[in-house]
Design a binder for this molecule. Structure first.
Ligand code: ADP
Ligand code: SF4
Length: 697
């Protein structure tokens, strides 16, 4: 790296000892999931390697199940069950170390957080209680005996040795987010024991102390041993509180080589920008550093180098922990070092990345469309493939799909023209970022418009609504139609696949009307059959603007899909704060003159609710009129020098913003590339090695 950095960021680049190893700087990629885990290890390895290349001093794995007696299926993380898992983990540490970072492995024994759906072992916990998982699996954990605890220590010793053999520099013992046995012992919520492992904090921390001593004894001469703890469980009278965290660090400050502090549950820790600001955890961390002579790392969706410097200079943290900011921009440290702060692709805090883990699919990032495609498709987050044989491309529509395509093609070296109907760029992102809590989403537009403004080979024309004739006349060799989508007014979505019957008297609006400034007052019904964020955001906005709002949804949950972004509980609470009435398991089935009829989805019982307006948040349709006109004139393309016209993003098929940035990026990557043989997959995949059919073991 050539350093051209602003000297005020120098402190972020000072090395620091973590036990026997030294991190080259203060950028610490804390463990994070990616939806790939043991199913896609090479994809994970390449993703981590690129972060090391991008300047992170420490790069961790996601959680690694350290023994087969506790696992978190159906979620896909990593495993270190026996020596067979070492090569997979070594591939990751090799990549990380090749990039110049310290390689860290997070060892987890999920205990009461693991239903063992795959191994069918009986789960174990400090105290017998039902399993505590997202899905309330109907399984209980049994109480650990002293023999079990002794075994657990031996299993950890074996895992420490294997982690060393796999080439790691740092071990993180996972005791945060309710996901690790150390926390289950520390917390009075899950530890009701009366022996020397229960009761006082000293007793509850016994296992933690034993495991750290065992780790030091086994591998401490060459590996740093870190401890990841929850800062506050926030579960009322019971639980591991922030006061107890401070007491614990005060008692055993020098025990681990580093304290890694993360807020309560995963929902609290990975708060979406809609609910949590950058550095939201600092008050829970402040002062802990004074209780220990070991370094402290904490997280807080840090994207601003100035905020990072403040965390160090004000003595809150020694190292800047990042998961999401490192996903959105794997080269964040390098950009600061090279004096290119304005090039940082800032995380927008949408938590789309988390949905990969929750849905057991590869994670996506709204801002970084190359995330988890680094190996699968050879997509590097900063380096584009060289320009192909064509020269010119016209992009119609400057939403996330069009902006991403323009930026990526510009970087490849094409002459790109971006035409946009309105006077502002950003499409849906510009509109949606005006809604309550969504301002950070504007970063999708801001990053790309700045990057595009730096490219001499890109020209942007706002206030230009192109017709099919104009596109044909324009003379670009390739055209992408990224004209976006609009919300349906007729209620068609999942519950209704045909329009909802209406007398035609009650005013019916869509989110597009509200984003365009339509003021709606009085009694309003919001019908949410979309199930992501929009229904609740619109309900919140209308309530804030003084309307009396009822939200009706056929789901058992408000904004059901946000269970996957960890926002659902916060969203429901926010609606309650704004006095929004919530009717679940119900669907609007008739639009009357001054009311709507809704039906209970179980009993089919109908009820009328008086209202002045209905807002349909049901589904969107792609705006493909321009594409349809051009398709109908395909025979004319060649005469105008046009080699291809494609429709991309929401115009082709509406989906979350991450799908649009992906579509734009894919269009840019694949332009002029050889036409793919249909028999060959468009990406690489990891294949399981078949075992001999009659292998006795
Ligand atoms: P996506 O998410 O796929 O990027 P958006 O809805 O965010 O889609 O953005 C589509 C953009 O395309 C909007 O800003 C819209 O104003 C613009 N647009 C739609 N039709 C035309 C057209 N015929 N010419 C130029 N711009 C258009
Ligand atoms: Fe940030 Fe959203 Fe990307 Fe996750 S998906 S890293 S929250 S921008």
């Amino acid at each position: 790296m050539t350093s051209n950095r602003d000297p005020r960021y120098d402190c972020l680049f000072e090395p620091l000892k973590i036990g026997p190893v030294t991190t080259p700087n203060r950028f610490y990629q804390v463990p994070h999931c990616n939806g790939g885990g043991y199913r896609d290890p090479t994809a994970v390895a390449r993703m981590r390697e690129i972060k090391a290349e991008g300047g992170w001093g420490v790069v961790f794995t996601e959680q690694v199940e350290m023994h087969h007696s506790s696992e978190i299926s159906p979620y896909i993380e990593l495993r270190l069950w026996d020596d067979n898992d070492i090569p997979m983990l070594a591939r990751m540490s090799d990549g990380i170390k090749d990039g110049g970072a310290l390689a860290g492995i997070e060892l987890a024994y999920p205990g009461i957080n693991g239903p063992n759906l795959y191994t069918r072992e009986v789960p174990m916990a400090p105290t017998a209680l039902p399993i505590r998982t997202f899905t309330n699996d109907p399984v209980s954990a049994r109480s650990m005996t002293k023999r079990d605890i002794a075994n657990l220590r031996q299993w950890h010793r074996a895992a420490f040795r294997r982690a060393k053999e796999a080439g790691y520099d740092l071990i993180c013992l996972y005791g945060a987010h309710g996901f690790g046995v150390i926390q289950h012992f520390l917390s009075t919520l899950t530890n009701h024991r009366t022996d020397e492992y229960g009761g006082s904090l000293e007793n509850r921390s016994r296992l933690m102390r034993e495991l750290i001593s065992d780790a030091k004894d086994e591998v401490g001469d060459t590996m740093g041993i870190t401890l990841r703890l929850s800062l506050h469980e926030l579960v009322g009278d019971l639980g591991f509180t922030n006061d107890e965290v401070r007491e614990l660090v005060g008692m055993h400050g020098s025990l681990p080589d580093l304290w890694d502090l993360a807020h309560g549950s995963w929902e609290d820790c990975s708060g979406a920008s809609r609910f949590k600001e950058e550095a939201a955890q600092q008050e829970l961390v402040r002062g802990i550093r004074e209780l220990t002579d070991r370094p402290v790392v904490g997280v807080g969706r840090f994207t601003s180098p100035d905020v990072m410097v403040k965390q160090l200079n004000s003595g809150v943290l020694d190292l800047i922990g990042c998961a999401r900011p490192s996903i959105a921009d794997p080269w964040l440290p390098r950009k600061i070092d090279e004096g290119r702060v304005e090039d940082i692709r800032e995380c927008i805090g949408c938590n789309m990345c988390i949905t990969g883990d929750m849905t057991m699919s590869l994670s996506r990032c709204t801002q970084n469309p190359t995330f988890m495609e680094e190996w699968r498709r050879d997509w590097h987050p900063e380096i584009m493939n060289p320009k192909g044989e064509s020269d010119s491309v016209l992009i119609v529509g400057a939403g996330p799909a069009g902006l991403e395509a323009t930026h990526a093609l510009g970087k490849r070296g094409y002459e790109v023209v971006l035409a946009e109907s309105s006077d502002t760029l950003g499409g849906r992102v510009s509109k949606e970022s005006q809604l309550p809590g969504l301002s950070a989403w504007g970063r999708v537009r801001d990053y790309r418009t700045w990057q595009i403004s730096q490219l001499a080979n890109v020209n942007v024309y706002p206030n230009n609504t192109l017709t099919a004739d104009e596109v044909l006349e324009f003379g670009s060799e390739h055209v992408a139609i990224a004209t976006g989508s609009y919300w349906r007014r007729d209620g068609v979505s999942r519950f209704h696949v045909k329009p909802v019957p209406s007398t035609g008297k009650l005013p019916v609006f869509t989110p597009d009307d509200i984003m365009a400034g339509e003021k709606i007052t009085g009694k309003v019904v919001v019908f949410d059959d979309d199930h992501y964020y929009m229904g609740a955001v619109i309900a919140e906005k209308l309530a804030r603007d003084g309307a009396e709002v009822t939200l009706i949804t056929p789901s058992a949950y408000v904004s059901e899909w946000t269970l996957n972004t960890l926002e659902q509980g916060f969203i429901h609470n926010r609606l309650l704060e704004h006095q929004v009435d919530i009717l679940r398991n119900s669907a609007v089935t008739k639009i009357l003159d001054n009311a709507v009829q809704y039906t209970d989805t179980y009993s089919n019982k109908n009820t009328d609710i008086e209202c002045d307006a209905l807002i349909m948040v049901t589904s969107r349709l792609g705006d493909d009129t321009l594409w349809q006109s051009l398709s109908a004139r395909e025979t004319e393309w060649q005469d105008h020098g046009i080699k291809s016209i494609q429709i991309i993003g929401d115009a082709q098929s509406p989906a979350p913003i991450a799908w649009a940035t992906f579509a734009g990026h894919r269009f840019a990557r694949e332009l002029d590339e050889p036409v793919r043989d249909e028999a060959i997959l468009p990406f690489r995949r990891e294949l399981a090695r078949l075992s001999p059919k009659n292998d006795s073991k």
